[in-house]
Design a protein around this ligand. Structure first.
Ligand SMILES: [Zn+2]
Length: 144
């Protein structure tokens, strides 16, 4: 390691040097004394923005959907799942449902669709197995 290298000259409490790239002052922007006020202001603004974001998320979560669901939806068929998605999309578009709630509904609809696929595949396999079991090996039943 070169004594100065292209690193900030600030020495931390543990005796190691700061690894950030230095500015013309020889220290990084974080350790530049002439930038101290600007850094403090940036930190203060960053913390304020983070607080505002957290407050907005809490407010949205507390508010929930502004329109209570009027009925329980069945999600047994692709058509029912599609209807749920359609209802959700329109509720968001019309400002009646939060984006957060819509995201959850979207994820659950994807899960419901996957479960439906698995269920249909299982049904098909069960039907196939039943058909094969009911036919003697090599025999073909004539359909009437
Ligand atoms: Zn530094």
């Amino acid at each position: 390691m070169t004594p100065d290298g292209a690193r900030c000259s600030f020495v931390k409490a543990d005796g190691t040097r700061c690894a950030m790239r230095p500015t013309a002052s020889g220290t990084c922007v974080v350790h530049d004394e002439t930038q101290k006020a600007a850094m403090q202001e940036a930190r203060r603004r960053g913390a304020e923005a983070a607080r505002a974001r957290r407050a907005a998320v809490r407010a949205e979560a507390a508010q929930g959907p502004s329109v209570a669901p009027t009925k329980a939806l069945k999600l047994d068929t692709a058509g029912q799942i599609h209807s749920c998605l359609e209802e959700t999309v329109n509720a968001v578009r019309l400002g009646n449902l939060s984006a957060t709630a819509a995201n959850v509904i979207g994820s659950l609809c994807r899960a419901a669709l996957t479960a439906l696929e698995v269920r249909l595949l299982e049904q098909l396999e069960a039907e196939k197995a039943q058909q094969e079991a009911s036919q003697p090996v090599g025999a073909r039943r004539r359909r009437r």
